[in-house]
Write a protein that binds this ligand. Structure first.
Ligand SMILES: Cc1ncc(COP(=O)(O)O)c(C=O)c1O
Length: 423
């Protein structure tokens, strides 16, 4: 069924030229099986603009050496470029000093660094939400078992939103770490981070924010938040695959050891001892992904030139459009709060009578609409909800209202077509 949707206050910000942005993304100009791709899997990985691709290629073509070790000209160039990206990342997140930023391979590595590395004492408690990504959840369970900790999950509300009062009630002086996702990869909801940090600190606990979904979608100011640790992935924010950005506040990091140790992260070693370098170098063991780090600099430039408020407004405008179109459609079940302003660029849903994977495959086969389906690495949440997962559409800066409408029409058509079907 063909429908038109009016856009009112959720119009795309006038200063954000989506047409121009789209021309920067080579894959959007290609046809896949005769049709343009509609890429709605941005919460997994975003696409990359040519500025990032060129920065990666420039590394391989012009200075394909290593940083921080050799003293020759090519290596010096790489060192300078990486230092520059570190400074950009510090500015992007509002860190006091570039030394508070370490390059890793993804968010997961940053999360593991803190969760496995803190100087735990038997009986310490760690607090998470009940909808954490496995990248928080699994290392927390591992640390619980290795260090004899207690793990407490904060129960979220019916619409899978963070419950600040439940969090506050669950706090005590035994809590050593609060490890929570800033924005959920299932619902797109963001926690009141400043309040969480202030409450946690008042009990003497440290806070680790999983910013894998938040960093691509909103401005984050670590200094204003006062957060101790934060981890994000460049590949979710227009950067190359396999680069993580880890923030550790200089006053909080202490002697936190790296997950891996070996070459480069040490001041000196003898036959029976070693001394780690201070952060961030201690976290950057072994040869690094230099092309990826340099490409990340181009990604941060790209996002900064748009502005994170504009990125957020654009995501919410598209999500509002989709939500309005599908609200009340029989057979479409939204996961999370109904208000799209709370869900950033994420629309997670099920179509009654179909499995999440069926929904994703049908939309891919019929319309080239590419989404994610399944449990989104949040198995405990889906087990608790008693459902086998959901389909997730996640939009980003290059997605258009037309794509959003095509998606909504397709989902509505599916719901209509499978009405009354039981699985
Ligand atoms: C909320 C959240 N945390 C952590 C991760 C893990 O990110 P990475 O695989 O880049 O380490 C993801 C990935 O989707 C995520 O959505």
């Amino acid at each position: 069924m063909q429908r038109t949707y009016t856009v009112d206050r959720h119009a795309i910000p006038a200063h954000m030229d989506v047409g121009r942005i789209r021309r920067d993304f080579p894959v959007l100009g290609k046809k896949i099986e005769g049709k343009p791709p509609i890429y709605f899997d941005n919460a997994c990985q975003t696409l990359r603009p040519r500025q990032v691709i060129e920065a990666v290629s420039e590394y391989y073509e012009s200075f394909p050496a290593c940083a921080g070790r050799s003293v020759h000209k090519l290596a010096t160039e790489v060192s300078l470029r990486c230092d520059d990206v570190r400074a950009k990342a510090a500015a992007f997140f509002g860190a006091d000093d570039p030394s508070e930023i370490a390059f890793m391979k993804n968010t997961t590595e940053g999360l593991n660094t803190v969760i496995m590395g803190l100087p735990w004492r038997k009986g310490d408690e760690v607090v998470t939400t009940d909808y954490e990504h496995n990248s928080v959840h699994v290392p927390v369970l591992r640390a619980r078992d290795s260090f004899q900790l207690k793990h407490r999950t904060i129960k979220s509300g019916d619409d899978v939103t963070f419950d600040l009062s439940a969090f506050e009630e669950g706090m005590s002086r035994k809590v050593r770490l609060v490890a929570v996702c800033l924005t959920s990869n299932v619902t797109g909801c963001t926690i009141p981070a400043k309040e969480v940090v202030d409450i946690a600190h008042s009990y003497g606990a440290k806070v680790l924010l999983d910013a894998a979904q938040a960093a691509p979608s909103m401005g984050i100011d670590v200094r204003r938040l006062g957060v101790d640790f934060l981890a994000a992935s460049a590949h979710k924010m227009l950067g190359p695959s396999g680069v993580g950005l880890f923030y550790a506040r200089s006053g909080s990091v202490g002697d936190l050891p790296p997950v891996m140790c070996g070459g480069h992260g040490v001041v000196d070693t003898t036959y029976d001892s070693y001394k780690l370098l201070p952060p961030p170098e201690r976290f950057e063991t072994g040869l690094q992904n230099y092309s990826g780090i340099i490409g990340t600099g181009a990604a941060l430039d790209y996002l900064s030139s748009i502005g994170m408020d504009e990125v957020r407004d654009h995501e919410i405008a598209l999500n509002s459009r989709i939500t309005r179109a599908l609200r009340g459609v029989d057979g479409v079940e939204l996961l999370g709060p109904s208000d799209p302003n709370l869900r950033s660029g994420i629309f997670s849903f099920n179509v009654r009578g179909l499995s999440p994977h069926d929904v994703a495959m049908i939309l891919d086969n019929s319309r080239n609409i590419m989404m994610r389906s399944g449990m989104h690495c949040c198995h405990p949440l889906f087990h608790a909800l008693g459902i086998e997962g959901c389909a997730r559409a996640s939009v980003y800066i290059y997605n258009t209202p037309q794509e959003a409408d095509l998606f909504s029409e397709s989902v509505e058509g599916l719901a209509e077509g499978f009405k009354g079907r039981k699985r």
